[in-house]
Design a protein around this ligand. Structure first.
Ligand code: NAP
Ligand code: ZN
Ligand code: ZN
Length: 347
């Protein structure tokens, strides 16, 4: 084993503490990555909050990071020491099922290995995430970081970016498609940037009217205030695609009513059971869909697209020692639009 250091919650506490961590020795197809920047995803906050009073396995969050290759296993050919790389929320999959063969490793029938709180397919250990100085990753699940992308601002592309990229693509969003993005946070602001770059006619739906100038700056036409019934009624049936990134459980009815006939609500934000009034689907023959993360080909394509269009996240970089403050502020919706932890204070 090799040692590094990271930010971990242990027992029933929700405070992350600086902790020495063990990483596996390199397998033949592994890379050692020095983690430089790791985004703070709302999923990290959900995972930390779930420990409150409950405990469980020690948890090191973090599943969108960039860094530099420091060592390679003997069968690695795609990377060499010194290469800038990016890693997202999947670090392995079975490789043989129909989904993996189709390049949709995110839907692996044997379940993909998650970057943290996942089960390693070889040694059965619990994976520890990117809030740490070093990560060992199978080479297939590391991506070359395209030149021209800032390594800090690119980190959030690896979860937030790919999670909105796949559905935007699968739903055929392009020039003239009318897209609404519900929830202007980490996922939401990247959904707006990518939809705009794809040529879509894009709007934001938000409970925060003070985000209107940001929405416009990101390229959206405007912001519909979700708590204003009149604005929501005016926007009825207006969008071919609604990308729902809201992080809390909510009634889908008001958002389905924004969808045009034969259009789709892609529900990405809050995972768990939902109740849907079928008449909200019936009237207008509307579709309800979901997605998560991305396969290897889509992730590589997303990075290329973002490099070409100059798309990365709007970030606030904090030293990793301020991770608890970042999570507190994320809980209070006080971020424009992604915290990124600078790991250099870990040595
Ligand atoms: N499907 C996947 O694979 C996947 C991947 C990554 C993340 N996620 C999930 O996606 C969600 C969003 O993640 P994120 O990192 O983008 O979070 P985030 O930065 O906190 O953004 C979430 C946004 O949702 C809106 N919102 C929050 N609470 C709300 C409430 N009670 N009612 C209405 N709107 C609310 C806010 O936007 P406004 O102020 O504009 O209303 C907020 O900015 C999280 O639940 C996360 O776990 C899923
Ligand atoms: Zn995430
Ligand atoms: Zn598989």
């Amino acid at each position: 084993m090799r040692s590094t250091v990271g930010w971990q919650v242990e027992g029933p506490s929700t405070t992350l503490r600086r902790t020495p961590l063990e990483r596996r020795d390199l397998r033949p197809d592994d890379l050692a990555v020095r983690v430089d920047y790791c985004g703070v995803c709302h999923t990290d906050l959900h995972a930390v909050s779930a420990r409150d009073g409950e405990g469980g396995q020690p948890l090191v969050p973090g599943h969108e990071f960039t860094g530099v290759v420091t060592e390679t296993g003997p069968s690695v050919t795609r990377f060499t020491v010194g290469d800038p790389v990016a890693v997202g929320n999947i670090v392995d999959s079975c490789g043989g099922c129909a989904m993996c063969r189709a390049g949709q490793e995110n839907f692996c029938h044997a379940f993909p290995t998650l970057t943290y709180d996942g089960i390693d397919r070889h040694d059965g250990s619990t994976t520890l995430g990117g809030y740490s100085r070093e990560y060992i990753v199978r080479d297939r699940f590391a991506y070359p970081l395209p030149a021209g992308l800032d390594p800090a601002a690119a980190a959030p592309l690896l979860c937030a970016g790919i999670t909105v990229w796949e559905p935007l693509h699968a739903l055929g969003v392009g020039p003239g498609t009318r897209v609404a993005v519900a929830g202007l946070g980490g996922l939401g602001h990247l959904a707006v940037k990518i939809a705009v770059a794809l040529g879509a006619d894009t709007s934001v739906v938000s409970r925060s009217p003070d985000k209107v100038n940001d929405a416009r700056r990101l390229g959206a036409h405007g912001l519909i205030v979700s708590t204003d019934p009149e604005q929501m009624a005016d926007a009825r049936d207006r969008f071919d695609v609604v990308i729902d990134t809201i992080s809390a459980p909510h009634d889908l009815g008001p958002y389905l009513r924004l969808v045009a006939m034969d259009g789709t609500l892609s529900h990405l934000g809050h995972l768990g059971s939902i109740t849907v009034e079928t008449t909200d689907l019936l009237v207008g023959r509307k579709r309800l869909s979901s997605a998560g993360s991305g396969g290897r080909p889509a992730t590589a394509a997303m990075l290329d697209f973002c490099a070409k269009h100059g798309i990365s996240a709007d970030i606030e970089v904090l030293p990793s020692a301020r991770v608890n403050e970042a999570l507190d502020r994320l809980r209070r919706n006080d971020v424009r639009y992604r915290f990124v932890l600078d790991m250099s204070d870990l040595g």
